[in-house]
Design a binder for this molecule. Sequence first.
Ligand code: GLA
Length: 694
Amino acid sequence: MTQLYWLHGRGSSLLLECADMGPPLWRYWGPRLEGDMLPGPALGEQGWHFGFHFDPPARLSVFPGGGLGWFGRSALEAHRDGRDFALALQTTGIAQDDNALTFNLVDEIAGIKVELELTLDPATDVLACRTRLTNLGTAPLDVQWLASAVLPLPPAAQRIRYFGGRHAGEFEPREDRLGLATWSRTNRRGLTSHNAFPGAVAAEDGTTEHAGTAYAAQLAWSGNHAQEIEWCDDGGRQWQFGVALAPGELRLEPGASVEAPQVLATCSVEGWQGAARNFHAAARAIISWPGGSRAPRPVHFNTWEGCYFDHDEAALRDLADRAAALGIERFVLDDGWFHRRNDDTSSLGDWWPDAAKYPDGLLPLAQHVTGLGMKFGLWFEPEMVNPDSDLYRAHPEWALQLAGRPLQLSRNQLVLDLTRAEVSNYLFDAIAAMLRAVPVTYIKWDHNRDLVAAGDATGRAAVRRQTLAFYALLARLRSAFPQVEIESCAGGGGRIDMGVLPYVQRFWASDNIDAQSRLEIQRGFLQFLPPEVMGSHIGASPAHTTGRRSSLHFRAAVALQGHLGVELDPAKLDADETARVAQWIAFYKAWRHLLHAEVWGGICEDGLTWHAAGNAEEWVLIVYRCMPSRQRFAPPVRLPFVTPARAYLVQRIGPDRADERERYAASWLARHGLPIPPMHAERAVIYHGKADDL
Ligand code: GLA
């Protein structure tokens, strides 16, 4: 008998079909369908039979198995000493509650059990896919590929938008057309990477930023990852995500299980931005804030580009005084504070204060900072060790390495093997000692190199277990110090993903603080994660990573999109600039409740882009002129997010202005657009909109 299983979200639905004991087949994932209508004949009854075709035709299941009639990619590639390579799962149990479907799938011959859980959150429209694999056999099972999720894409979804990049150039948007050839992206750098974000957005022709169907998915994982989109016999495609495993990296002993990292997926008819807002809502349910709920996101000061390794306690006190006077609420002491760390050639691993720079430890500086009313944060790069460190001299075997292979340095450092309990314990104790000695309520957790020769003490590939050990260390610290927030940084944005999100409250989006570069980086970031966890700083001009000069106005207006910080030497600002930075900080504080709500954004004609945040009742809109205008008059900016049939009072605002309110019909703003004044390149205008009954 054929059974149908529906899940409905706010704007999306999914439908699975189970015939007899067969595996659940994908019938639909897409825009919401009304009611649980009968969807025509069962898939099993739809196959045409031509003489040469394999019979019965295999259709895409939630976990397709290879070798027995499914000719696409298998969701599991595993074997026992070369045997048990084929897989045909039978459904042995199905449970459904309002939002979730759970399937138990077993192949007795292969000795494999797969438990799948699909939860479609009606509030966010985000589908969480969980997969657990168990070895039911009597011999170890070597797993080469385990799909975390297998999602169906309809034939019409032929565009795929994804994000590549490099250090200081994260989230560069790319778009490919899907064809018959398999589309795939794999990251083997040992952590999430700057180069390949573990997610993408598929769309139909005609889909725009704000309208049309988009299918987005991301893997919640901070290690090596792969995604693949493969054409299927019905013209649709299967989209698989998983951990990219090195040979031998995942072996399940008899009876053992492994939980694959989750995939979060969403379908929106409000284009790419609709999918992004769904992800933001899902992320907000995952973030664990100290105290249980989000407090207004405090303005940061980060010392890195202000003083780099040049730590002088008296100068840092002065820096803290200046920061506090600007209105800063959290002061983060970056790299350079610990034992003999004067440049990037030494000391990672020796996590105690440098006796020359801080003869009485960090407590006096931290107390000075807290005395000024700011919170105190501290930089660590826990997973790293320099060969020139006391730690490495005592424990050279603690670095990930492969016997007979040279130790390959990157930024003069090696990676510690967190899979060794003694290493994770050492790091926990070293960090905990600092947190106990000093009133630290914030850790900036860095990771400044890729992993190579990443073998454990037995010579086996260790990236997957390293990633899990990293999560375990974060979890241990969070539970011992629940009041401490953590920022995920990896040479800027090398470890931004939903996998680390349960443990952190901020991401450093990029070492590139150049405002023009940041507009693109931040747009990519916001496709997957919400603005309140996106670290965005007002940096110096010229920007240290690009050499480009830009006005303070433009730098601040770009930094306003995320969790605001300042990263420059305030002593180098003149009196006018100092006053203006303080005004921008006050402006952010006045509007952060809207800036960290729903987000919309777009790219217009004539070098304009815009970013809006808030809700349907009230919002802040920032329009950026990125390029000089080529026109006599700027084009009006259409606002697709306003509620039809309402009116809005729109006021141009800024740190030093609040113009007269203008009243607009929503339909005018949506269809014609808001008039924008002429302005020079690399300037911005900001508006506040508030609904006003028609
Ligand atoms: C990385 C980070 C920077 C800074 C330096 C310190 O590059 O992204 O913000 O913390 O390390 O060495």
